[in-house]
Ligand binder design. Structure first.
Ligand code: XBP
Length: 236
């Protein structure tokens, strides 16, 4: 394709509305561990300002003023691991559907010879579970590279995840387009010099997307040619 070599997808909120399932999985694990914590949607929206489930949990423990020593790193790690296992069950049960247009665009991009990448701060097992449940294939077979939370030292809004995609696939940033859903993700992508289309999600609606190349309600009516035009206009 003339103006595009690669589409780079964020995961949570962009490929699918997964954040609500993350929230419910956290709550399941809190209850199973007799922790008197319930994250409602308003609270979770605020907690999402910290990317990474482990980091979010650590911030929460500090916020509630838990006794020092009650939550060493190993306990946070165990809770986070249990949350991802619970999330995996929810995803396998079909509770996370792809957002409109995502599967079609991925197919169109592949057919046109574009490369496909993921840049996410979520754990690798989560994207693997999501792609298995929704595409019936392994994530590594759908995307040319997956940069996940385990692959970076600085999570979004730091641009490292996007810079790592560019480096791994040896891409020219001006010939790529990012699909994101949050202000934090947009900051990470633009920080790497990438044009970005934002499709706001349940938890990010109303955030500041002024830095986006385009803001669209979803990808349902968007073809690859539309994305190529958006990328070309960003370069002009
Ligand atoms: C969104 C996130 C993630 C998930 C939690 O990432 O902030 O941290 O909420 O995932 P992105 P983990 O939008 O970059 O996909 O618990 O696996 O860290």
């Amino acid at each position: 394709m003339d103006s595009l070599d690669c589409l780079i997808f964020d995961v949570d909120g962009t490929i699918a509305e997964t954040e609500e399932q993350h929230r419910l999985a956290f709550n399941d694990v809190f209850a199973a561990n007799r922790l008197d914590w319930v994250w409602d949607q308003d609270l979770y929206r605020r907690l999402l300002q910290v990317t990474g489930g482990r980091e979010r949990l650590r911030l929460w423990v500090e916020t509630v003023g838990a006794a020092p020593g009650d939550f060493p790193d190993e306990r946070i790690e165990a809770l986070h691991h249990a949350k991802n296992a619970r999330l995996g069950e929810r995803i396998s049960a079909g509770l996370c559907l792809l957002r409109p247009g995502v599967a079609r665009l991925i197919g169109e991009a592949r057919a046109a010879g574009l490369r496909l990448a993921v840049a996410t701060t979520t754990s690798r097992v989560n994207i693997q579970a999501l792609i298995r449940a929704t595409f019936g294939r392994e994530a590594e077979a759908v995307f040319d590279t997956l940069v996940t939370g385990e692959d970076v030292t600085a999570k979004k809004p730091h641009p490292e995840a996007y810079l790592t995609v560019l480096e791994r696939l040896r891409l020219d940033p001006t010939r790529c387009l990012v699909l994101e859903d949050t202000h934090i993700g947009l900051t990470a992508a633009t920080g790497a010099g990438l044009a970005t289309v934002v499709t706001p999600s349940f938890y990010s609606a109303g955030e500041d997307f002024a830095a986006a190349t385009a803001v669209l309600p979803d990808l349902g009516d968007v073809g690859l040619a539309d994305l190529a035009r958006i990328a070309a206009a960003a370069r002009a």
